[in-house]
Write a protein that binds this ligand. Structure first.
Ligand SMILES: Nc1ncnc2c1ncn2[C@@H]1O[C@H](COP(=O)(O)OP(=O)(O)OP(=O)(O)O)[C@@H](O)[C@H]1O
Ligand SMILES: [Mg+2]
Ligand SMILES: [Zn+2]
Length: 469
């Protein structure tokens, strides 16, 4: 009977109870203490961060029997009326469903009269950015000559849509996202009060999904309790939150580590089909690669990973397909992509291209290695006259697969009919050629050489017309 969703049950009733938003709370309290309350405020910020809550506390602060006071009592008739949503002098209007000029006109009529029995009339317009242009114009007239004993509080999640003419007549407060830490602490407080068992990893998961909105965090907890009862396992929670399943994450890491770009497209399709937000998925993927690196890097990963033994073993098996250095590089690159994905106008395409590139990542060699190989080649080029120029540099480079499978040794570098190294130059030359051969097998050097070759050929087309193999 008395069931109340947590967002309502735990709505702060005083400024002190508000979480975060300290500068705003302090400014409002000082304004009340110093009798400098503005006639119009704009509270902007994302959903569920305390805009309406603060507006109601301000209304109580102004109207409390023992006020105006920065600490409304919540006991007097005025405070109670506001808490129970039945005050005739505190109006909460939904801007989305009362967006026309007629509604604003009747509002203007209403504020002409003094408050019925409170000190102040407080008009809270939620989602004020939804008003029509005409409605804003009508509102502007009221703000130019605000009736005494009336305070307007406009709340909006889309501040940029509120006309500058309105903004310039209001005091503006930008409500911030609630920090992860504050959300976790608040959830821990509720679960303790309500006797709900959730692991600290579970609280992390909820806070992460709430992404700065305290109301979202409370609603997710509501949902989890409805799903599991008072004991909420991590698995249940993942299901409620729609956390990306382990299988999908492993399928992605399998494609990347196994260098199978063709698997990326159907996998991204699946993620979309399942209705996951791509940015949320991407975050989870980063976390997954971080876990892979972690199990590869430390002896007792179970101390740091809140996962069961089976999950950790799976991670270890997967991590065998890459070196620690490679995993580190994947992780760094994935992190770099996060911001771009966030702002991409085509997140799906961005994600596909990015992950396909990641599948080819193993073939890319460290810049240091490339520089070292090039140094070797440079040395070779400076070799005394008369020594044969290494063939590979100017000849077409065979495809990678052929070359890496080429086990015939340095001799095979010289094709039939071409002059072989003179036997007099001996062992040292064979070794040098082998080294060059090795360096040339590197795909990065190959692509560099292809560009180099193209340049050389375009400079001297006649002299360099070489027969193709
Ligand atoms: N800063 C906060 N401190 C404590 N509780 C908060 C805070 N912000 C939100 N909450 C919780 O979330 C609920 C909803 O908050 P509120 O209605 O004030 O959000 P809002 O910013 O007006 O969101 P919306 O833009 O969706 O209207 C509150 O009842 C309260 O339980
Ligand atoms: Mg609100
Ligand atoms: Zn009171």
């Amino acid at each position: 009977m008395n069931y109340l969703i947590y967002a309502r049950k735990y709505r702060p009733k005083t400024f002190e109870e508000m979480i975060g938003q300290k500068p705003i709370v302090q400014t409002l309290q000082n304004a009340i203490k110093n009798n400098r309350v503005a006639q119009a405020y704009i509270f902007s910020g994302m959903r569920g961060v305390g805009k309406t809550t603060a507006a109601r506390i301000l209304a109580k602060a102004l109207n409390c029997q023992s006020g105006p006071t920065a600490t409304p009592c919540n006991k007097c008739e005025f405070c109670k009326e506001i808490n129970e949503d039945r005050s005739v002098d505190v109006l909460e209007i939904d801007g989305a469903s009362n967006r026309g000029i007629d509604e604003v006109r009747s509002l203007r009529e209403g504020v002409k009269y003094r408050p019925l029995h409170s000190r102040y009339k407080v008009i809270i317009i939620d989602e004020v950015h939804m008003l029509t242009r005409e409605a804003f114009n009508a509102l502007l007239k009221t703000l130019e000559e605000p009736p005494p004993h009336t305070v307007f509080i406009f709340a909006t999640t889309e501040f940029h849509k509120v006309p500058a003419t309105i903004v310039s007549r209001c005091q503006h407060f930008e409500f911030k996202k609630i920090s992860q830490k504050d959300i976790i602490n608040h959830l821990a407080y509720i679960t303790q009060k309500e006797n709900i068992k959730v692991s600290s990893y579970g609280l992390d998961l909820i806070a992460e999904a709430a992404d700065g909105s305290l109301r979202d965090a409370q609603s997710l907890l509501d949902k989890a309790v409805a799903f599991s009862g008072e004991i909420i396992s991590d698995e249940d929670l993942k299901e409620v939150l729609g956390t990306i399943s382990k299988e999908i994450l492993f399928a992605f890491s399998g494609a990347v580590l196994g260098q199978k770009p063709e698997e990326i497209f159907p996998l991204v399709e699946k993620v979309i089909e399942l209705g996951y937000d791509l940015r949320f998925f991407y975050k989870e993927l980063i976390q997954h690669f971080r876990n892979l690196l972690l199990v590869k890097s430390i002896k007792k990963p179970q101390d740091l990973l809140p996962l069961n033994e089976e999950d950790i073993n799976d991670l270890m098996k997967e991590a065998e397909h890459a070196s620690q250095e490679e995993l580190l590089r994947y992780l760094v690159v994935l992190q770099q992509g996060e911001q771009e994905l966030k702002f991409s106008s085509h997140p799906r395409i961005y994600l596909e291209v990015f992950l396909v590139k990641l599948c080819h990542f193993k073939k890319i060699t460290d810049l240091k290695d490339i520089m070292r190989d090039l140094e070797e080649i440079k040395k070779e080029m400076k070799a005394p006259a008369g020594k044969p120029f290494p063939r590979n540099i100017l000849n077409d480079t065979p495809p990678i697969e052929n070359r890496t499978q080429d086990k015939k040794g340095p001799e095979s570098v010289t094709p039939e009919g071409e002059e072989k190294l003179s036997p007099g130059i001996g062992e040292e030359k064979g070794k040098r050629e082998r080294e060059i051969e090795m360096a040339m097998k590197d795909p990065s050097v190959q692509s560099f050489m292809n560009i180099f070759k193209a340049r050389v050929l375009s400079i001297k087309p006649v002299e360099r017309t070489e027969k193709k193999e």
